[in-house]
Write a protein that binds this ligand. Structure first.
Ligand code: AKG
Length: 308
């Protein structure tokens, strides 16, 4: 019950002021009467003009970025198709020694108990415990490439490390890391070892980013002034499953070599395939980037995002 009370989150937010003030100047521009700790969700934006937040700033053209110029032609073609497909694959982007160093860093952080697996078998925010991991996510060439894809500046928000496949049902990250205007998020998925059909590869649905953004109102989860919506996360997953059928979306599976990278759009449907051979690991790292010129929040719990 406490998890459905908006007050619970408000109290939590009050003690995290430093990480939550980022939305305030944007609320002001939109004329939204909110405090840094107030709940926020798509319901608040229903009659608002997204053009009021149009501070995109100058970013480099994709083809002019250093990273684009230095990758192979297949990866360049994939990047050029991002707008159409909603994803791009950079082949063998990270060298073997970097991959080994990331895996060693995670082992060390686990041994030192600086990070741990949560109940979904994920290590959240290891970038907050390791300057080395943070530097991978904040590599200036990667940031410049991602900003060019977004058409505005992006900032590293979150990391997730996996040792085994997530087996996560298909979803769009826009239900977890939502922005107003919509679309201000990118995911970067890095294979930290070779990943085949039997160790839980990433799955994704090319072109699905062009489907509507499915948010609380689409599965009757808006709640009221005091309570969050009452639906479970599996109700969201069931709705996405229905949409995949309704729009005949075709799945692809990312069997990857260590060092391969897949970048996805904020609304690309994706998830984890079953991890069939548990004798094998599936080491990977996901980095999520927000466009800080947009309001960044979590639609389901209606919480502003904690920007570290
Ligand atoms: O790595 C996976 O299996 C899925 C990851 C994912 O869905 C995510 O980070 O949003």
């Amino acid at each position: 019950m406490l998890r459905k009370l908006k007050l619970t989150y408000i109290l939590y937010n009050i003690f995290n002021k430093r990480k939550l003030t980022h939305n305030l100047k944007l609320y002001k521009k939109l004329g939204l009467k909110k405090f840094y700790f107030s709940p926020i969700s798509s319901k608040d934006f229903k009659n608002l003009d997204k053009n009021l937040l149009n501070e995109s700033g100058a970013v480099c053209n994709l083809a002019d970025t250093k990273l684009f110029k230095n990758i192979d032609e297949r990866s360049q073609q994939s990047l050029l198709g991002f707008e159409q497909e909603g994803y791009a694959i950079l082949n063998q982007h990270l060298p073997k020694d970097t991959i080994n160093a990331i895996n060693t860093e995670i082992e060390n952080l686990l041994a030192q108990k600086k990070v741990s697996f949560n109940n979904a078998n994920k290590i959240m925010f290891a970038i907050h415990q390791s300057n080395f991991l943070k530097s991978i996510g904040e590599d200036e060439n990667l940031l410049a490439l991602l900003s060019s894809i977004m058409g505005e500046e992006v900032k590293l928000f979150q990391s997730i490390n996996f040792k085994m496949g997530s087996e996560q049902h298909t979803h769009s990250d826009s239900i977890h890391m939502t922005t107003f205007p919509l679309g201000g998020l990118l995911g970067v998925w890095i294979a930290l070892e070779d990943i085949e059909l039997d160790n839980g590869p990433l799955q994704y649905f090319p072109g699905s980013h062009k489907l509507p953004y499915y948010l609380n109102q689409d599965y009757n989860n808006e709640g009221n002034a005091f309570l969050l919506g009452s639906k479970t996360y599996s109700a969201y997953e069931a709705m996405i499953e229905e949409k995949l059928q309704e729009y005949s979306q075709k799945k692809q599976v990312f069997t990857a070599k260590a060092g391969d990278v897949l970048i996805w759009h904020a609304n690309l449907f994706h998830g984890g395939e079953p991890h069939l051979n548990k004798a094998k690991t599936r080491k990977s790292m996901v980095l999520h980037y927000f466009a800080p010129n947009r309001i960044c929040y979590h639609e389901i719990t209606q919480r502003p995002a904690l920007m570290g």
